[in-house]
Design a protein around this ligand. Structure first.
Ligand code: ATP
Ligand code: HSE
Length: 315
């Protein structure tokens, strides 16, 4: 029996892939969704607040609720009645890990209300299983920049040092691109040359992120696994990239599956890069919100209240 009446879980946005690290690396950003789970005797109730709130399902197909139910399935218990209140700070289907926040939020909220039967490692594993790849859910849960690789134990998760002088700037356009649509355009097989290209550039990326070595970062953000195939889904990609380089950034990549674009820059060039992204996209008729977003180093955070003695007696 739960001794907790409600829990609030805050989960950061994430930017996955970082160029050559398709499906294996991602970093948490200081932009958040917040989920409040309250035990309830009545049927499921989901309330959503914030911009784009009307786009989120409020029935049992809601991804947060699906994750909540999954948690209870994993521990062989019937899910309790719950009211879910969502404060959306992260735009949906833009490549900033909104689905990962819903999955992580639902699993963590469910686990806490069930008195934490699963360890953090088990919750992360379940989140990867639900999302299908680790590069958003792992940094969303743990914070910082995280690399995940399969192993005989399941997953090896490894923090990646991110030099504090490397500033992420995201340009979030006013159109959506679902991850499933952006995955459909990818080839099933790639050539050996492209595999070597990505292996070498990904190795360089890890060293470049840790050292802030300018030339390494400039080269390391290149990729041949997904970006060349996805660029045509993002109008104005080449214009924004040229403007960003001209403004002094190290480079630009697609954030997650897109359409948000991520520039990496040093602190001094950050204001110019913000302007360049805004203007370059406006020139091709696309309105966007451009934000320098520092790395979140904490991952999930939560706050909960115990049941009152009267509530305990009722249950
Ligand atoms: N806060 C939320 N509550 C419920 N469902 C959500 C929430 N955020 C996202 N979703 C679900 O996830 C879908 C978006 O997932 P999708 O993977 O396409 O985009 P993303 O996670 O924002 O981008 P990326 O995976 O590239 O970072 C939404 O259409 C919605 O169904
Ligand atoms: N690695 C994933 C991230 C988006 O969920 C992709 O690029 O499709």
């Amino acid at each position: 029996m739960s001794i907790i009446s409600h829990v609030i879980v805050k989960v950061p946005a994430t930017t996955a892939n970082l160029g050559p690290g398709f499906d294996c690396i991602g970093a948490a950003l200081q932009l958040y969704n917040e989920f409040k789970f309250t035990l309830s005797d009545s049927k499921l109730c989901i309330k959503v607040h914030g911009k784009e709130a009307e786009k989120v399902q409020t029935d049992s197909s809601n991804l947060i609720y699906q994750a909540f139910v999954k948690l209870y399935e994993r521990i062989n218990k019937t899910p309790p009645g719950v009211e879910i209140e969502v404060n959306l700070g992260i735009p949906l289907a833009r490549g900033l890990g909104s689905s990962a926040t819903a999955i992580v939020g639902g699993l963590v909220g469910g686990n806490i209300l069930a008195d934490s039967p699963l360890s953090p490692e088990e919750v992360i594993k379940l989140a990867i299983e639900m999302e299908g790849h680790p590069d958003n859910v792992v940094p969303a849960f743990l914070g910082g920049c995280q690399l995940a690789a399969t192993s005989s134990r399941g997953w090896e998760i490894c923090p990646v040092h991110w030099h504090p002088e490397i500033i992420p700037v995201v340009a979030i356009p006013d159109f959506e691109l679902s991850t499933s649509q952006a995955r459909k355009v990818l080839p099933i097989e790639i050539s050996r040359d492209d595999a070597i290209f990505n292996t070498s550039h990904f190795g360089l990326l890890l060293q470049a992120l840790a050292s802030n070595q300018k030339e390494w970062l400039q080269a390391a953000l290149k990729d041949k696994l997904h970006q060349p195939y996805r660029q045509s889904l993002i109008p104005g990609y080449d214009d924004v990239e040229s403007a960003v380089i001209e403004a002094g950034a190290y480079g630009m990549v697609i954030s997650g599956a897109g359409p948000t674009l991520l520039a990496l820059t040093d602190r001094a060039h950050s204001p110019k890069v913000v302007q360049a992204m805004t203007h370059a996209w406006a020139k091709v008729g696309i309105t966007c919100t451009v934000l320098p977003l520092p790395i979140d180093i904490n991952g999930i955070s939560f706050d909960f209240s115990p049941l009152s003695p009267t509530q305990r007696q009722k249950r």
